[in-house]
Design a protein around this ligand. Structure first.
Ligand code: HEM
Length: 414
């Protein structure tokens, strides 16, 4: 296929606010059918011809909801890295039903609404403490990095406490988890080869931490997710060390970095839109739920996931051959004017808000949605009611094709 001239890799946009990508995606959504694009530059050179860009909301939902047509097992990242490497980072995200169903069922035990409510009091207490510490930091009058002081903390504490990670290891696990998503940022390593080595090192740290913790829980069971995992069986066998390592990477990264990024983007949007902030504060308890939906739509922390056609099929009239790759651009679907009125307006009163930030439905739909929503509700309730007026410096964005990330965002008391 002929390549479309528009470069839609996030890396092409990373230096600017990501809102600069909106025109590009609006242009692609208006094209009949799909467009074919060059593969992104990969840390792990790998044969790949290109991919179809799925940019419309309806098409993203169609692909997500038909795993029999669009498979996950040949890789799910926009980066064309080999599927085996992807699997070690994403566990059952890179599987198809029925294999996927068996593993997902196992991990789902920890994410039932009942289980999530069980840890709500702890999430609320952690949110209060984090905001209390932020207030102390701001008192100094010096700029504080919001991502470091706030965004990263609640998700890290929540997932670490659920899995059973020792507090001494929280920082290292969180750093490794963040690196899995943003290894392409040259803050960590320059050059693709160095980045690949860095990524594999951080993956090793995460998987090693998982395997060590599993060992401890086999000897000394506790009331935590790792104890359940080491005791559970899938297809009549206990999870292998490789599987436990991949579980740790998936939950460590999915549970940490996504919610962190939404926190930074949403905080910025609230400062940039004081009318929206005032409206929310008029009935915080009644409105925060809908507001969090808009936080997710607006921030879309996961830029894209991919699939490969399992059979010859079509999307929006474009024939797709078996084996071809399709990339689901959630960051485009969430701004599709066929679904969202005035999509580039940050509108906390948007209803309904059928965003695809947690995926387009189907078997891989985000397992941590309730948990993420609960964290964001408590954190923003605290921030909005207790924080004095602050001034925001320029955010620095993560250079990544996968995560819509904010590296640093200074704030200062005014
Ligand atoms: C899957 C987004 C928070 C655990 C996903 C997917 C997306 C996503 C887009 C893929 C959906 C698909 O392929 O159809 C987000 C966002 C979050 C968030 C935007 C926060 C703002 C969390 C949290 C956890 C979590 C807090 C766990 C603690 C998972 C897992 C999967 C997943 C385990 C894989 C599900 C599967 O393959 O069956 N998430 N996520 N996520 N997420 Fe989340």
């Amino acid at each position: 296929h002929a390549f479309h001239p528009l470069d839609i890799s996030a890396i092409a946009f990373w230096e600017k606010d990501f809102r600069n990508r909106d025109d590009t995606f609006a242009e692609l959504r208006a094209v009949d059918g799909l467009t074919w694009h060059r593969p992104t530059e990969s840390m792990f050179p790998h044969e790949e011809t290109g991919y179809w860009a799925v940019t419309r909301h309806a098409d993203i939902r169609h692909v997500s909801q038909h795993p029999e047509l669009f498979s996950s097992s040949n890789g799910i990242s926009m980066d064309p890295m080999p599927a085996e490497i992807q699997r070690s980072m994403t566990f059952f995200l890179t599987m198809d039903p029925p294999e996927h169903t068996r593993y997902r069922r196992l991990i789902s035990m920890a994410f039932t609404p009942k289980q999530v409510r069980r840890i709500e009091a702890q999430i609320e207490a952690n949110a209060k403490r984090i905001v209390g510490e932020l207030l102390d930091d701001l008192d100094s009058g010096e700029p504080v990095d919001f991502t470091d002081a706030v965004s990263k903390k609640l998700p890290m504490l929540t997932i670490s406490e659920m899995i059973g990670i020792h507090p001494d290891e929280h920082e290292a696990v969180a750093f490794a988890a963040e690196s899995v998503f943003s290894a392409s940022d040259d803050e960590y390593a320059g050059g693709l080869e160095e980045q690949a080595v860095f990524l594999m090192t951080q993956l090793g740290i995460l998987t090693g931490a998982g395997v060590e913790l599993a060992k401890k829980r086999r000897l000394d069971p506790r009331d935590d997710l790792m104890t359940n995992i080491v005791n559970a069986e899938v297809d009549g066998h206990r999870l292998t060390d490789d599987e436990i390592g991949a579980f740790m990477v998936l939950l460590g990264s999915a549970g940490n970095d996504t919610t962190k990024q939404t926190t930074s983007h949403a905080f910025k949007a609230l400062i940039d839109n004081p009318d929206q902030r005032r409206w929310l504060l008029e009935d915080l308890e009644g409105r925060i739920g809908g507001a969090v939906d808009e936080f997710i739509r607006w921030s879309t922390p996961v830029i894209s996931f991919a699939r490969h056609a399992a059979v010859d099929t079509e999307i929006a009239g474009t024939p797709i051959a078996a084996g071809e790759k399709v990339v689901l651009f959630y960051c485009s679907g969430n701004f599709d004017d066929q679904v969202f009125d005035d999509p580039y307006r940050f509108d906390l009163d948007r209803f309904p808000n059928p965003h695809v930030g947690f995926g387009g439905g189907g078997p891989h739909f985000c397992l941590g949605k309730q948990l993420a929503v609960m964290e964001l509700k408590h954190l923003f309730t605290e921030l909005l009611t207790r924080l004095p007026d602050v001034e925001l410096g320029d955010p620095e964005y993560v250079r990544s094709d996968f995560v819509h990330g904010v590296k640093r965002m200074p704030i200062r008391r005014v």
